[in-house]
Design a protein around this ligand. Sequence first.
Ligand code: PLP
Length: 391
Amino acid sequence: MTHHRETRAVRMPVPEPPRGTPVAVPLYQSAIFGFADPESLAGAMNGPEGDFAYSGYANPTVRALEDALTGLEGGAATLATSSGMAATSAVLHSRLRAGDHVVAQRALYGGTFAALRDLTDSWGVEVTYVGGDDPAELRNALRPETRLLWLETIANPTGFVADLPALAAEATAAGVTTVVDNTFATPLLCRPLEHGADIVVHSATKYLGGHHDVVGGLAVFADPDEYRRTWVRAIGLGVVADPFAAWLLLRGLKTLPLRVTRQCASAALLAERLAGHPAVAAVHYPGLPGHGSHQRARRVLDGGYGGTVAFDLAVPGAAHDFLKRLELVLNAGSLGGTETVAMHPATTSHRHLDAESLRAAGVGREQVRVALGIEHPEDLWADVEQALRAG
Ligand SMILES: *Cc1c(COP(=O)(O)O)cnc(C)c1O
């Protein structure tokens, strides 16, 4: 039977998959998938394994991204989410109950700090902050109700590197799950699961996407059951990744090694030159031998020390004027993309912290953070240098 034009306009045939395999992962921009019979549809609704039924649960493009990260981090399974904070929240909400206890490192991403404070206010989850470099301090902080240890590979903006192997070993011995936010290191510079962590979270918005054009997150799990529990929670929270975002992240991933190598090299060059500049009082980059985390960074990182550099200007109150004089480097937040960006943490990313907390986080009023892109490093240095000189 020939259908009416109205029906044919809606129900155009979807082409069969081509015989050749597409070189790029196709974008499956479809919210639902149809089946020949109700039993197949019912089966597909059952879990993240098996067929795809609804993209709010799982999607082939998203799955390709998840599988890529599982391989890069050396995990058992990965959950892609709508943002880095979505990955963090899915893990926190899946793992914690009212009255549980968390140990987190003091130099912590502001959004994670806020999420933990919210869990304290809403659910009575207690949080103890530790330095992140002393296993004995962690041992003393652990309680019978401790469920999670939360660390970061390279902390923002000071470049603090936690002692992942020693702290993860301490947590594992106590039956505590170790989560590492690996956003700043990427799986190229560090694979926390190899150092004993159980879960790795990423803001894919940063290096993995790498072009300042997509927001996304990932959580990689060593244990498939932990993955499944978190997947169920992520569906409940409604934070699974969108197929188009996953497609952009897959595209970004292809050039991750090229970009990160360049960004690390440019950051190292900038850090060295800043350290010798009279207008700069201090440089915070774990690649510098004088940085407090340098020895740990050498053990935990491999192939570079990250693509962000923070530094303190020698003249008080000069940070905003320095940022205004930049011509090539953009005044923008975030990091890890192709364009170099700079910001003043005390009035942006860390604006909610009081003077005491700013000091604890190692963030001074005179501090500027530069997140390197992939422009020519000499052009970037020339811009930074002219902005310093004019001061
Ligand atoms: C940006 C960031 C996040 C949050 O990621 P979003 O994608 O912005 O939600 C988490 N951790 C770190 C270290 C980050 O830099």
